[in-house]
Design a protein around this ligand. Sequence first.
Ligand code: AMP
Length: 492
Amino acid sequence: MAQEIYGIDLGTTNSCIAIINPADGQPQVINNQSNLQTTPSVVFYDEYDTPIVGTDAKNSMKQDPMRAVAFIKREMSNKNYKRSIGNEEISPVKISALILKKLVDDANLAREYEGKAPIHKAVITVPAYFGNDEHVLTRQAGEVAGLEVIGLLNEPTAAALSYGKDTFEGRTIMVYDLGGGTFDVSIIRMRNGNLETLSTDGDHHLGGVDWDERIVDVALAIEGFEVAYADIKDKKEGGAMILEAEACKKQLSTQPKAPMRFRYGGKLHTVEISQSSFKELTADLLDRTIACTHHAINLIKEDVKIDEIILVGGSSRMPMVKERLMKEFPNIKIRLDRFEPDLAVAKGAALYAANTSVIDDKSARSYGILTTDGITNILLRTDPMVYNGTTGFLTASDNQTSAIVQVYENSSSEGTIPVSAGVLILKKELTWGKQVPKGTPVTARVSRGKDGIVHIAMECEGSSTQIEIQPERQLSDSEVKKLKDEFQDIVL
Ligand code: AMP
């Protein structure tokens, strides 16, 4: 029997865990201990600084937003993130690990009831625009949670896979993923059983919560308050209002009008919001997603025709999303069968875990070396995830005995770009010891495995230097072990 591996959608707002059902080979979501298919990605620290994860945490957040952590995935790439609650130092890795642990503990408990052995292996999904940093940190969060992380998989790829690996044979699809806190668009092509990502784009500060905030703002304005959500978000009233707004928004997905009930200034208020005014109020947010879709299309260098659009992410349930896409792309079919925007990613990850050979995935970053022409990319965002390549350079001046290799991360798909378009992430010296004439060849060998970690070997005159692109905030092995030991005793 194939080994059992969980597929985990570690989402910005909600997370989900799935596994292949051995009876029919189909992916199946495992409900959490509250019997829900998805678990809010929220951690709340109670008065003893004990963490609570999921629905209870989301509900407690209403009472005391300052003791809650939500949308931590948005902070995965934030080098300056610093927060503490009580005596607890919060980090994106730690919070993500708590969410992962909750998902896996709940799933293993469900298995225990059925007399099945626990599982500690997982494929975890990541947004397509996560770079190397975030890949490594997500993997470490898995390790801290006691998991063996078999692989990381791009969310849109997972979503496409959830339709079955043969569904899109010979077709090119756009995956439009509007979640709670992130927007992600990818264009994917399935050819000869290989799923290839042609381009990705996204905005990791755009999601359902922005729609919720608009409802809070308009409700406050209608009732004559001169404050906005941004002013009250850390207060109890703000914490409660954003949840009321979310409930109102969800009702507006199926009803022409919905009430927004809230308490502010010591009084209860009710404001009626109509679907049409909500649509108007948030049109600019939807426009931002459409701009990303066009950017993703323009990134593709070859001439491709998009056959279908699939919708992913809970916020795709808003009717305005489908309407707008139909208007924008009248000739592309929007696929709405198996419409499970909240479960598709976890299910696809479970399928991927069962058959890892079908993917040709991509990260959204390019990596280049500083030369006299600017940054010369040696690994492009349009290159496959699993990649091996060589680029030749020449020494810049006579009698050089060494060179400083400067690696830049960027999001361009061009071979050579100006220095201003990249971010310096690493500097290392390559020394070959003897003086060589200007124009002596220097070779850069670059490789990237399924884990997304980039290795570069720079060579000149038989000497080489190895570069591994490691995130700045990566935890040391001993830090991972320490946290892992601590986490073992936590009951969530
Ligand atoms: P995800 O991150 O994919 O779980 O998406 C979560 C987001 O989807 C949250 O902002 C939810 O408020 C939103 N969402 C879930 N269901 C609906 C619905 N029926 N209508 C509108 N938004 C929804």
